[in-house]
Design a protein around this ligand. Sequence first.
Ligand SMILES: *Cc1c(COP(=O)(O)O)cnc(C)c1O
Length: 497
Amino acid sequence: MAMPQYDKLINELSAPGRIAFSLPEPDVPVSDVKALIPARYLRAAPPALPEVSELDVVRHYSRLSQLNYGVDTHFYPLGSCTMKYNPKINEDMARLPGFAQLHPLAPEAVSQGALRLMHDLAASLAEIAGMDAVSLQPAAGAQGELAGVLMIRAYHLSRGEKRTKVLIPDSAHGTNPASTAIAGYHVVQLKSERTGEVDRLDLERHLDIETAAFMITLPNTLGLFETRITEIIEMCHARGVQVYMDGANLNAILGITRPGDLGFDVCHFNLHKTFTTPHGGGGPGAGPVGVKAHLEPFLPTPVVVKRRGRARDEGQRPEESGVTYGLDWKRPQSIGKLQAFWGNFGMLVRAYAYIRTMGPAGLRSVAENAVLNANYVMKRLEASYDLGAPGPCMHECVLSARRQKQQGVTATDIAKRLLDLGFYAPSTYFPLIVEEALMIEPTETESKETLDAFCEAMIQIAREAEKSPELIREAPVTTAVRRLDQTLAARQPKLRW
Ligand SMILES: *Cc1c(COP(=O)(O)O)cnc(C)c1O
């Protein structure tokens, strides 16, 4: 059988004169289009559109759609990204015409449902995280970090303190130093202990009058819970240092503990990770940010507020009588507006639907099962691979291909071989502090059967690394394309055919 032409663009399938439609000759006089359109709007030459049959078009795009790899078709163990299954009911809710077709500039009076949803979602997230207020505006975790750090900056300035540094562990995700630097701070990298936990002596050394904040991911990027976190937060607070929790790993602690209760001042949520709004391919996402009361005056504008007035609507339920929702812009200490309109509203609807369908007990079981699944995978693989950090882990486990590297097989090679065996690759080379890291996050939505199949593939690869390393270095051989230059498309984009 001939290989499908995956590598061809639709333009390359073009054959002169081939067309995708056949219409009968018109039975009315035909005007000369060129006479009707002013000359300055006419093209000099016809556009270079591909000349293809209907069947060419259908086959080309159907094949391309089948090359898509996603959680709806395959297991996606990408660590740190929480690629869990996104229930389809969320999609249905986001497509309700009242939400999907609402114009972002519609007046408050006709946007009450949307405003209420935003108000209630913010309240739910605040409850889940033990925070006092939440802004839904940031479009991603990274922007939530920026908003959080800007609020911390505004807070210090309001007290007449101009602090200049933010401390971030060396295990941090790259967005942490990036958003902190964009907010105008000098980033100081802290050392981690061998276990991935913060080196408290190094922290102590850097906690001074110039330090504005300490930013930490919990559980950390090695998938471990920082056991002395409350002590660390107290150390920071004693020096007037604000503590930011990167909440990308909230999936591990949902319903079990709350950042606010641990003492954090700020934390962001990645709705596209923890709260099943789809992600991948760069967006859209949503990264709401929660704060304690002392930071509330600095929230981005506008803030969605609930107002009590006179009864407005006959049809309202008694408990809602007289309640309206609106946008509060009059916030003199606010860091300002961060996003077009009100954030990525469609994502907010999906997250709201998820939280309401799960309920408190359901959300807790998310964390319990996510942690159970990650530990199951780690236990099954610990004989074949070195561990990146000692277990037990939280919602993800980090392996090291250190042992395989002695046979000349790297984490990249293992990741590529997994593609041949029908699995998406784990995150590789992150966190940076683990040699040849392979970071696996199974999530709570996968069955034991799927996890077993994945573990067996990983064990097979470890065996192959010993017996026939050259085979792994060739992988992948079954995919439409082999090993790509991973940066060429970003550095030299070819945007025209
Ligand atoms: C994903 C992630 C981020 C950044 O979140 P985005 O929504 O991708 O901007 C930050 N920190 C950690 C630990 C993450 O996993």
